[in-house]
Design a binder for this molecule. Structure first.
Ligand SMILES: Nc1ncnc2c1ncn2[C@@H]1O[C@H](COP(=O)(O)OP(=O)(O)OP(=O)(O)O)[C@@H](O)[C@H]1O
Ligand SMILES: [Mg+2]
Length: 218
């Protein structure tokens, strides 16, 4: 039996109106999960809740066996620096620095080195020394993924990591992401609107009518 990495129990979230309720999910090392659903259904909110960024209204998230929202701020900070990786839908790169500098900073903070082979796999090796502001949207997105993977997290939360990419580049990015998961026996929770991308994950869910529905194999 492999180790349980993430356990979410009966999560609910609401803003002015209820977003979702009774969402439960268990992920073990090596698991890959994709969540699909309409724009505004709450996918990013759920991802942020599982990653420790937004406390759910109800329910509990356990990450590495620890109840996430009972941790002290510095313990959460440590998890975020060393053990979890979050690829945001809007990626928050330092625009005035080069892609490589962005990646190096994150790697260095986690005590890691930048993996040149990863940059090749993500097809950004030739552009990564340009300023982020000079990179295309899709290139920036891949720099942000490289920045997360360079920390070598045990669990990756990726919000639309292929959202700005053509099919061929999306395929290369998914190949790199899944190769990372396999090599490190890491865990992947991702959000995507693309069924071709979702079906590369072992489990696929839809967030619909406020519920997380298991859609099985696509
Ligand atoms: N901080 C916030 N305050 C108020 N409402 C919010 C907040 N964050 C999200 N929402 C609302 O919650 C709903 C779900 O947002 P969320 O970003 O989780 O959707 P999503 O499924 O990721 O959509 P998309 O596919 O467009 O990225 C939206 O209607 C959004 O306006
Ligand atoms: Mg979103």
């Amino acid at each position: 039996m492999s180790e349980t990495i993430l356990e979410a129990r009966s999560l609910a979230h609401a803003f002015d109106y209820p977003l979702y309720r009774d969402v439960s999910l268990t992920m073990k090392a090596g698991d890959t999960v994709a969540v699909m659903g309409r724009s505004g259904s709450g996918k990013s909110t759920l991802l942020h809740s599982l990653a420790g960024l937004i406390e759910p209204l109800e329910g509990e998230v356990k990450l590495f066996g620890q109840s996430l929202y009972r941790l002290k701020e510095e313990e959460k900070e440590r998890l975020r620096r060393y053990r979890t990786g979050i690829v945001f839908q809007s990626h928050y790169l330092f625009k005035g620095l080069t892609g490589r500098e962005n990646i190096e900073i994150a790697a260095m903070l986690a005590g890691r080195e930048v993996d040149g082979a990863l940059l090749e796999r993500l097809e950004i090796a030739r552009v990564v020394d340009q300023k982020v502001s000079q990179l295309s949207g899709g290139q920036q997105q891949r720099v942000s993924l490289a920045r997360v993977l360079s920390k070598e997290p045990e669990i990756v939360f990726a919000d639309e990591p292929t959202g700005n990419l053509d099919d061929e580049t999306a395929e290369a990015v998914m190949a790199a992401l899944l190769a990372y998961v396999q090599e490190k026996n890491a865990t992947l929770f991702m959000v995507t609107h693309d069924p071709a991308v979702a079906r590369l994950c072992r489990q696929v869910y839809r967030l619909e009518s406020g519920q997380l529905l298991d859609v099985g194999e696509l």
